[in-house]
Design a protein around this ligand. Structure first.
Ligand code: NAG
Ligand code: NAG
Ligand code: NAG
Ligand code: NAG
Ligand code: NAG
Ligand code: NAG
Ligand code: NAG
Ligand code: NAG
Ligand code: NAG
Ligand code: NAG
Length: 797
């Protein structure tokens, strides 16, 4: 945290007898700007003049600084490597529009080098943006020269960091050599356009940090760069130019990006009240950010005590050096590639590799098409989607070794790495291959599971639901497992079932419960999962339905109530930060399912009871993909066999049996509102009205009384903007019309950004709790006559 609040001050003094100084607006060929004079921009934001960088130094520089900021903060210097050593400097403009910095001996210390015979009555003018321009007094639109084209160490709003491809002009930032010496320092910050563009800091020629490639939302290695209330940032790439820049939302705020003399990028804002620059985003942020920290095919994880590891399928090139924590030589493949036999391994949550040796196709190609393109060229080592916001956004393709990879918690970013068939465990299937793959999923035999679960003893039952009964088991080597005995109504043949289970097993994400294997018997089928010790989310958020209200009535604080409980019951309340992490984790897991390359996986039974928690209370979605293996795939869009849980099912699903990723989004919305309110949608009752939880939340949200929806037991831990945002996202997800609901990738962006959200339309099931009745029996319900319902209610464990 410290670094965010470090006030970064540069101290300079404007040595001078201000008595004779004058302020001027512009200079023409008739005037000059003398040492002691300042040129001030029209709105009074910036000033141009002479300064010395150290009190005791006679070195004089011509520069631009914020007029009102004390101590003076210089944003641009003309003669950085050529200071004057007295105060005889003056700035002139020639009749061809050339700016020249001279001393009284007429030696030239600096000059702008754009001149033109055609310019009429040239003037030099300082704009309120901090841009010093030369234009013609006659034609005001024409700019002959501007300081924004020759940046210093500071990127101001409206400046472009990058290249003009038609003129070849490239705009870089170069650090000062020390905080009080503006001469050329060791570090530059620039947009590298060799390969796919990325921002890099260099020390001399050597990269020290690269931002990762632009993915449509941000440079993927700077996850902290998010839509925010201070500035809008953009990356522009077309035939004429490529650049990064930012624009202020409130233009009266002072905001800048600087490369410091020790090689760090800092964004800071000026605070009038505490008179200082507040740094709020720096890169590199930690030791994993340093370029190529773990060598080729290595990946840096800041959460590990030994930060470097090899990517899956790779091993240290020199194990001895590696074990002595010298990671520079990186990793090598376990199994050599064989080109046309190779597959691709999906790796999620990464900072993508250095793009110096990459190319890109900015046309609508799907990931499958990118896989084909990459596979067809044996030197293509990896690919990724060009723009993570879109379905078929084109490809980013890497040639040569992959380097500068780190683990990030940003789950939207997937990289597909070429790998021999042997090593690609959860390999992305090649779209051309249709032959059956060998079953890589471990098969458990019945005897093993019998002994693990004490012959499926009722004491071992963890829960029962529409898909079957779950038992706790302990394998001989002590590993705890959860065994799900699927109910008998599986309609699939053995082969389809195997294929489907294989597919589920390949879905691996930290917010999904891991499938360890299966057991296939003539008469029944079982799935073996990792065991989650901390039960499901419903145990934590719904404080024993109803009793919470009761507690309020008798004015016992919830804390008091629980402190009187046994250890097992204690601490089951979740504070807001944990709940927010859980909401985000579920969103990531669900997004992963929806974006699965081969076929979208629609969960169809997302609910609090299907969110399991690991030891650290990270959420993991369970039971995904099961609807498909149980119900079959006869029709993707509609089904006669509705699987789900009342309260979480979208209207179009219950009524017409129509399911899609948007019906999962609906369930997700319900879940979010339940997590925020601590109330079950299904059992929701209110004294004053008959609305469902959704109707209740929508009404109060629209009356701007959303705080009343929030679970009272989180009172001390809530973060108002996050809670409000979560409620709004929840309400957007439960809108009646599936098309109005956001996709999970949009949900994720909404949750993590600070940009304005649309107003939610009325939710599905506003009051209509009666549609499916208040009991779970519904077979004789109108509208459902052709639909079979399998209602999942997992009973408390
Ligand atoms: C700076 O001043 C010193 C001593 O007065 C002189 O020798 C030197 O030539 C000057 N340099 C410039 C660039 O004017
Ligand atoms: C200034 O001009 C004088 C006379 O022309 C010359 O001797 C001296 O070297 C010049 N000084 C500098 C710093 O150029
Ligand atoms: C401006 O100066 C740079 C070197 O400082 C030079 O490379 C470039 O060609 C010059 N441009 C013009 C228009 O004279
Ligand atoms: C900016 O950096 C690029 C890449 O290193 C270099 O080619 C270019 O000359 C630099 N431009 C300037 C103005 O320093
Ligand atoms: C700049 O690089 C030089 C040579 O590599 C080194 O001696 C000097 O300490 C560096 N300066 C800074 C500020 O890092
Ligand atoms: C891809 O094309 C779109 C539309 O022309 C453009 O906005 C975008 O910047 C391009 N992306 C890249 C990386 O060139
Ligand atoms: C913009 O910032 C200025 C200075 O901080 C502040 O006084 C003003 O209220 C802000 N305007 C808006 C619309 O937020
Ligand atoms: C593979 O891609 C590289 C890099 O783009 C290219 O140089 C090479 O010619 C390609 N090879 C084939 C066989 O297309
Ligand atoms: C499980 O059943 C088998 C055969 O019915 C029996 O031999 C065995 O002792 C039982 N094991 C347990 C742990 O109950
Ligand atoms: C979660 O599980 C771990 C390990 O069983 C246990 O120590 C911890 O108390 C549990 N946390 C909660 C909140 O139940």
């Amino acid at each position: 945290m410290e670094e965010f609040f470090t006030v970064f001050l540069l101290c300079f003094s404007l040595l001078h007898d201000t008595a004779v100084s004058t302020t001027i607006e512009s200079i023409s060929t008739m005037q000059s700007l003398d040492d002691g004079d300042t040129m001030v921009s029209a709105g009074g934001t910036f000033a141009l003049g002479f300064f010395n960088s150290k009190e005791d130094s006679m070195k004089r520089y011509l520069g631009i600084w914020y007029k009102e900021v004390v101590p003076i903060t210089v944003v641009w210097v003309a003669n950085r490597n050529n200071p004057l050593n007295d105060s005889s400097g003056l700035l002139k403009i020639t009749d061809k529009g050339l700016l020249v910095l001279l001393n009284n001996n007429n030696s030239i210390f600096w000059s702008s080098n754009s001149s033109s015979n055609l310019i009429q009555q040239p003037v030099a003018l300082l704009l309120d943006t901090g841009n010093l321009i030369v234009n013609s007094n006659k034609e005001s639109g024409y700019i002959l020269w501007q300081s924004f084209d020759y940046p210093f160490d500071t990127l101001l709003p409206g400046m472009k960091l990058g290249s003009d491809l038609t003129t070849g002009l490239s705009r870089n930032l170069t650090s000062w050599s020390s905080p009080d010496d503006p001469s050329k320092g060791n570090y530059t910050f620039q947009l590298d356009i060799v390969g796919y563009p990325q921002l890099c800091i260099r020390s001399g020629e050597l990269k020290t940090f690269c931002s990762g490639s632009w993915n449509g939302i941000r440079f993927n290695g700077i996850p902290h760069l998010k839509p925010n209330p201070i500035f809008k940032y953009y990356f522009v790439s077309n035939k004429k130019e490529m650049y990064y820049g930012f624009e202020l939302i409130n233009s009266s705020v002072f905001s800048r990006l600087v490369i410091t003399s020790d090689g760090t990028i800092q964004r800071s804002n000026w605070r009038d009240n505490n008179q200082g620059w507040i740094n709020y985003l720096s890169s590199p942020t930690d030791s994993c950010d340093y370029y190529a920290k773990c060598g080729v095919y290595g990946s840096c994880n800041i959460d590990n005590s030994i930060q470097c590891g090899c990517l899956k399928g790779f091993e240290p090139k020199f194990p001895e050096e590696w074990n002595q924590l010298d990671w520079t030589k990186g990793c090598v493949r376990r199994t050599p590639l064989s080109c046309h036999e190779d597959g691709f391994e999906r790796i999620s949550s990464l900072k993508l590799p250095d793009t110096e040796r990459s190319s890109w196709l900015n046309v609508s190609l799907s990931l499958d098409e990118c896989a084909k393109i990459c596979k067809s060229n044996c030197s293509c080592m990896a690919y990724a989607a060009l723009d993570i916001r879109k379905e078929a956004s084109g490809c980013l393709l890497w040639y040569g070794e992959l380097i500068n990879i780190r683990v990030l918690s940003d789950p939207q970013q997937d990289l597909y790495v070429r790998m021999s068939k042997k090593d690609s465990g959860n390999m992305r299937r090649n779209p051309e291959e249709h032959e059956e793959e060998e079953l890589e999923l471990p098969l458990f035999d019945r005897a093993t599971l019998n002994s693990a679960t004490s012959n499926f003893s009722t004491d071992n039952i963890l829960g029962t639901g529409g898909f079957g009964t779950v038992y706790k088991g302990i394998l001989e080597r002590g590993e705890e497992i959860a065994v799900k005995r699927l109910s008998e109504n599986s309609r699939q043949g053995l082969k389809e079932f195997k294929t489907e289970v294989m597919h589920i097993a390949k879905l691996q994400h930290r917010n999904l419960v891991k499938l360890l294997g299966c057991c296939i018997q003539v008469e029944e089928r079982m799935l073996v999962y990792e065991f989650m010790p901390n039960k499901s989310l419903d145990h934590f958020i719904f404080v024993i339905d109803g009793s919470y209200e009761l507690l309020k009535l008798i004015r016992i604080s919830v804390q008091t109530y629980f402190s009187s409980k046994t250890d097992g019951e204690k601490g089951i309340l979740l504070d807001w930060p944990k709940r927010f992490l859980i909401i985000n984790g579920i969103a990531r897991g669900l997004l992963y399912l929806h974006q699965d390359s081969r076929h979208r996986v629609v969960h169809r039974d997302l609910k609090a009871g299907n969110i399991l928690l690991d030891i650290e209370m990270n959420p993991k979605i369970s039971d995904f993909g099961l609807a498909r293996s149980i119900v079959g795939t006869e029709n993707e869009a509609t089904t006669n066999y509705v699987v789900g849980t009342y309260g979480y099912m979208a209207p179009e699903y219950i009524i017409d049996g129509q399911f899609s990723t948007k019906s999962d989004v609906y369930s997700f919305g319900v879940l979010v509102l339940e997590i925020v309110s601590g109330r079950r949608n299904r059992a929701f009752r209110h004294r004053d009205h008959h609305y469902s939880l959704l109707g209740h939340a929508w009404t109060f949200f629209n009356e701007d009384k959303w705080l009343t929806i929030v679970d009272g037991c989180m009172r001390d831990s809530i973060n108002l903007p996050e809670v409000k945002r979560s409620i709004q996202v929840g309400l957007l997800c439960v809108q009646r019309n599936p098309e109005d609901r956001p996709s999970m990738s949009e949900v994720q962006m909404m949750l993590s950004s600070e940009c304005a959200l649309p107003r939610p339309e009325k939710p599905g099931f506003f009051t209509e709790r009666d549609l499916v009745g208040q009991s779970s029996s519904s077979s004789n319900n109108k509208g459902l006559s052709i639909t079979q319902l399998s209602v999942t209610e997992v009973h408390p464990r």
